[in-house]
Design a protein around this ligand. Structure first.
Ligand code: FMN
Ligand code: SF4
Ligand code: SF4
Length: 346
């Protein structure tokens, strides 16, 4: 039925890579190309008879920026078929498996592909272990295994359906919830890159190896003073944090406290008149919001820049690291996935 499979994956910690690979391997007898989605464009030719497969993580109940951008970089579809397999945060609590929530992650990309001339034959989110290790512990090996095994079975079932010529569309309830939560997703896309990456810092354990910079699919890390500096394009894929050989990348609530209070509150108080003078009442609300937004972003940028320099003093980096919750968190990598699998240089 198909000439070949071209499978694209965006993957911070290996889940989406595995899903793309399982699907391709299940379509027996077909030649498969597996390509990493990253900032540096990979040139891929798409034939009319090819099946395109896309797997990528859900972020903020929608698809990450890099994935959205990738669709616009593809050649015109001319009716070529596509299957979308976003992954989402499966978890297990007290032996009970709980699904993630992909929201608009699948159907947003389906709509964009349709606009580019592709025929979408399948949309289904796959529960894989949650990788948001800036927020929570990496799951235990036992729970990871249960979730991954189920994910593999589901992907194989979908592949069989597609191979037999039928289509597969899942996830209408998450889509409705995703539309209701569109404001959250939009906020995440707009503010996530500006703020979330600013919570990362390199602890005293960092030896300046620059691996994090090399593997970042968004090219969002610069090395300044032999330490990683997170810029403004990070998609929070979690690759740097989970693959750092020294487990040196941390997130600390103290930095959030610093941004909130040192960075924004004094300015906020000054503008809003709490220091005795106000011009907010005379401004339209939209202008007031814009001023706040610009102030917040620029004060975070300034504070982060200063923090980066201060943290070159090792005892201070050690102190902030000790205050971080992630120092005590297990990291997560999809089982059996190596850095070489997901970080492509082709
Ligand atoms: C910043 C961030 C936001 C996330 N948001 C969601 C979400 O909204 N819904 C969900 O089900 N999973 C969410 N996840 C979990 C990931 O989508 C999931 O673990 C995915 O399988 C990771 O795939 P990867 O290893 O290929 O990067 C989020 C993870 C991160 C790091
Ligand atoms: S944070 Fe980790 S990966 Fe990055 S330079 Fe430091 S030791 Fe290397
Ligand atoms: S900086 Fe880290 S979390 Fe952000 S996109 Fe790059 S590798 Fe992913």
């Amino acid at each position: 039925m198909y000439a070949k499979i071209t499978a694209f994956f965006m993957s911070g910690t290996g889940n989406s890579y595995k899903v793309a690979k399982w699907f391709s391997e299940s379509m027996e007898g077909l030649h498969t190309g597996l390509y990493q989605i990253r900032e540096q464009q990979t040139t891929v030719t798409v034939g009319d008879n090819d099946l395109l497969v896309f797997s990528y993580p859900t972020h903020g109940f929608t698809a990450p920026w890099l994935m959205i951008k990738h669709i616009f970089r593809l050649p015109e579809g001319n009716g070529a078929h596509a299957v979308l397999l976003p992954t989402r945060a499966g978890t297990r609590i007290l032996g009970l498996s709980l699904p993630g929530m992909e929201g608009t992650a699948g159907y947003l990309i389906a709509g964009l592909l349709w606009l580019r001339g592709y025929k979408v034959r399948g949309v289904a989110a796959i529960d894989m272990p949650s990788n948001w290790t800036a927020l929570h512990w990496g799951l235990s090996d036992k729970n990871v295994k249960v979730i991954v095994d189920r994910g593999e079975q589901k992907v194989k079932r979908i592949a069989q359906t597609i191979a037999s010529g039928r289509s597969f569309y899942n996830g209408f309830i998450p889509l409705v919830l995703g539309v209701l939560l569109a404001g959250v997703s939009f906020g995440y896309l707009i503010i996530g890159q500006m703020l979330l990456a600013k919570l990362f810092f390199a602890s005293d354990k960092c030896n300046g190896c620059s691996l994090c910079k090399q593997i970042c699919p968004k090219q969002s890390i610069q090395m300044i003073g032999n330490k990683p500096y997170w810029t403004y394009s990070c998609d929070s894929c979690m690759a740097c944090m989970n693959f750092c050989p020294q487990k040196a990348i941390q997130v600390s609530p103290f930095t959030l406290f610093l941004y909130t209070y040192v960075g924004t509150i004094p300015v906020h108080f000054w503008i809003s008149g709490n220091l005795g003078w106000s011009f907010t009442g005379q401004l339209p609300r939209s202008i007031w919001c814009l001023i706040q937004y610009v102030y917040i972003l620029s004060s975070v940028a300034l504070t982060y820049r200063l923090l980066h320099h201060v943290l070159r003093i090792r005892p201070l980096a050690a102190l902030l690291s000790a205050l971080s919750h992630t120092k005590y968190f297990r990291r997560y990598k999809s089982p059996g996935v190596s850095l070489g699998n997901i970080h492509r240089t082709d």
